[in-house]
Ligand binder design. Structure first.
Ligand SMILES: Nc1ncnc2c1ncn2[C@@H]1O[C@H](COP(=O)(O)OP(=O)(O)O)[C@@H](O)[C@H]1O
Ligand SMILES: [Mg+2]
Length: 276
């Protein structure tokens, strides 16, 4: 099978990569797809633990919860990492229509390997200028974009490498995460800069995730808000749960899951590619 590979990447810890990874994986499972996940941040192991907690919860409660196949690749020499990563992908590709890869919050050969495998790269970004710095340097007075960040350059390199290998181009989707209900001014400024940046470095902006307790409180049980009806059929869904569900669905739609991959709205800089 030729799976659709979705990579969660951002060179900053705590931006929501692992959270988004598990929510996308469970969304796809619940849509009836076979899903494998690869944890390249085995040191933190958030995704591996979330899946492990999930299997344990299902067993404890006799529930038939869909659980993704999981592989973790530990840090090692580049040769061993490359071999183990490829083995994990080959292994999961046998059965899985989708592979979701979680990466560490720092640049490393392992993180690059993950990015190079992406059909879709999803970059969650906390809605603050501190996190925006990971994509580009912005003039503090005018809010003009001065230059793309090292991370944006790294993504560009991986895109070029894929083109050279005649692979499908990476569709880069940026997701604003932990959007506050208040703070309209920050939201607006961030929105305006991200729109410009999307065109400049070639990503699409997905509708974001709000700051919601439900995105984090089910980790120990290995659940997500997409499982609530099965695990607590009597429990009512709050407005926040319903809104969170819609946010996950909107991300899946923005990625084009189950649909043909949408065209990039922000053009890849082909002139720059040609010049190199
Ligand atoms: N939308 C959200 N609402 C509330 N908490 C969130 C949200 N997204 C992430 N978190 C929390 O933020 C922290 C960092 O998220 P995580 O997914 O582990 O980031 P990363 O994998 O990028 O380091 C975790 O405690 C997580 O539960
Ligand atoms: Mg993580």
């Amino acid at each position: 099978m030729q799976p659709h590979v979705i990579v969660l990447g951002n060179e900053k810890g705590g931006s929501g990569k692992s959270t988004t990874a598990i929510h996308l994986a469970v969304f796809l499972l619940r849509a009836g797809h076979t899903v494998g996940v690869v944890d390249l941040d085995a040191r933190q192991g958030t995704l591996t633990r979330h899946v492990g907690n999930r299997a344990a919860y299902a067993e404890r409660h006799g529930l038939d919860l869909p659980v993704p196949a999981v592989r973790a690749v530990e840090r090692s020499t580049v040769a061993v990492e490359t071999q183990e990563f490829q083995a994990a992908i080959d292994d999961l590709s046998r059965d899985c229509a989708y592979i979701v890869i979680d990466t560490p919050g720092s640049d490393s050969p392992l993180s690059r390997l993950g990015h190079a495998a992406a059909d879709t790269l999803v970059t969650p970004l906390n809605d603050s200028f501190v996190d925006l710095d990971m994509l580009a340097t912005v003039d503090p007075d005018t809010l003009e974009i001065l230059r793309p960040s090292q991370y944006a350059d790294m993504v560009f390199e991986q895109r070029k490498a894929r083109m050279a290998r005649r692979r499908r181009p990476i569709d880069w989707v940026v997701l604003r995460n932990r959007l506050a209900h208040l703070d309209a001014r920050n939201k607006r400024d961030m929105g305006a800069i991200l729109d410009r940046l999307a065109r400049r470095i070639g990503f699409r902006l997905a509708p974001g995730f709000g700051e919601r307790v439900i995105f984090r409180e089910l980790f120990l049980k290995g659940l997500t808000l997409l499982d609530l009806r099965d695990t607590d059929p009597e429990g009512g869904l709050t407005m926040s749960h319903v809104a969170a569900r819609q946010e996950v669905r909107s991300l899946a739609e923005a990625i084009g899951l189950g649909l043909p991959a949408p065209a990039l709205s922000g053009p890849v800089d082909t002139k720059r590619i040609a010049a190199e």
